[in-house]
Design a protein around this ligand. Sequence first.
Ligand code: ADP
Length: 274
Amino acid sequence: MDKEISFSNVNHVYEPNSPLAKLALNGVNLDIDKGSFVAIIGHTGSGKSTLIQHINALLKPTSGSVQVGNYTITSKTTNKNLKQLRQHVGMVFQFPEKQLFAESVLKDVMFGPQNYGKSSHDAEDAAKDALQLVNIDEELFDKSPFDLSGGQMRRVAIAGVLAMQPDVLILDEPTAGLDPEGHYEIMQLVNKLNVERHVTIILVTHQMEDVVEYASQVIVMEDGKIVSDGKVVDVFSDPNWLATKQLTLPKAAQFALDLGIGQNSLPLTIDDLA
Ligand code: ADP
């Protein structure tokens, strides 16, 4: 398998040289293969968000390096020449609908590709493709994004990232606050991008069912360190170890795991097992 992302001895200190200095990543080493579906779990404050922001150089390592495709990101990396990296790695932040701004759905989704130099015509094609992927009907294209339902707004915001046609998609709790149907739609979309378009997925989540159902690799973070990294079946095989991390598998997830149900076993869902 080709490697997509590699962290070598990455430390990240917030507010260095101040009394508030915080070592948020502590000696992180990590490899992610092209086309994989990786879940990152761990408690609030364990460093998940800090970790993912290194992948498109929103944050830079205080020491160590991050390799993403042809890019090497170190403490010396400047904000110049990051365009290609930011196109390659799409980032869906928590509550991405907060970033919607344009007067229409289509214009909002076209903004990214246009801003990155595509002609209006090509940007429109990319936006329409992305909106189709997230199941937004054409009749909504001219509406204000603020007139949509919460789930639709979330999907339009995700379409804005997909319109850049990223090869790597990072999602930070993309289903937070959605109802079960909205949750299912987003997870199906993410899975489809992985399976059909071979997009590498990095998903930060608290939902263990999703880890079992969709991910191939799981990374467990604690206090800025990676304390486990491997196949979901292996990392989750020891409930006692999980318990030491205050992580528990819901029954349905345990059942699915016992049955050997995992990534790409659709259309069976956790709901079918509950
Ligand atoms: P998670 O995403 O797992 O909740 P974070 O990466 O957000 O964890 O945070 C890791 C640690 O770094 C926490 O102790 C948090 O308080 C601290 N931290 C996060 N962002 C900042 C910041 N901008 N300035 C100072 N400390 C921060």
